[in-house]
Design a binder for this molecule. Structure first.
Ligand code: SF4
Ligand code: SF4
Length: 155
């Protein structure tokens, strides 16, 4: 019985007809493609895009230079240099995230005890040089300013 069924399907080009049916059925539906970048996608608040560092309302930086984000990072792409401040507290000297190594896993954000680090909906990160993909403290703070007050990951 199976052999007859197979023979009939072969001589009637059954599989091709099935494929054509699917092709013609999609011709009647509205296309789902977007005319990017004119039509922008809606990015959900929990999207893990470019990192941002936050400031307190008085403008001071929230980061306490504890280094937990770097310690938790599975790829070691966060580089921090600290020194002792005049009040004997740790002071952040430099902070860098090497985006080419980043997995956008969000562990650094979860590890931060003071919520100084967050992730934003920024996703257009392509560039022509490796150097531009190293995000310094200044660039991360500027991104934080851009997203200030907006919903960001884990907010
Ligand atoms: S998102 Fe993940 S890989 Fe990227 S810096 Fe944070 S912990 Fe490291
Ligand atoms: S961003 Fe957060 S976890 Fe990283 S050094 Fe600053 S305070 Fe610590």
């Amino acid at each position: 019985m199976k052999a007859i069924e197979k023979f009939i399907k072969t001589i009637t080009f059954w599989e091709i007809l099935k494929g054509l049916k699917l092709t013609f059925s999609t011709m009647l539906t509205k296309p789902v493609t977007r005319l990017y970048p004119i039509e922008r996608p809606v990015i959900p608040p929990v999207f893990r895009g470019l990192h941002a560092m936050r400031r307190h309302p008085d403008g001071s930086e929230m980061c306490i230079a504890c280094g937990l984000c770097a310690a938790y990072c599975p790829t070691g792409c966060i580089k921090i240099k600290t020194s002792e401040g005049p009040d004997h507290k740790k002071k952040l000297d430099t902070y860098e995230i090497e985006l080419l190594k980043c997995l956008f896993c969000g562990y650094c954000v979860e590890a931060c005890p003071v919520r100084a680090l967050t992730m934003t909906q920024e996703y257009e990160l392509a560039d022509y040089s490796k150097e531009k993909l190293v995000y310094t403290r200044e660039k991360l703070l500027a991104n934080g300013e851009r997203y200030r007050g907006k919903e960001t990951h884990l907010d």
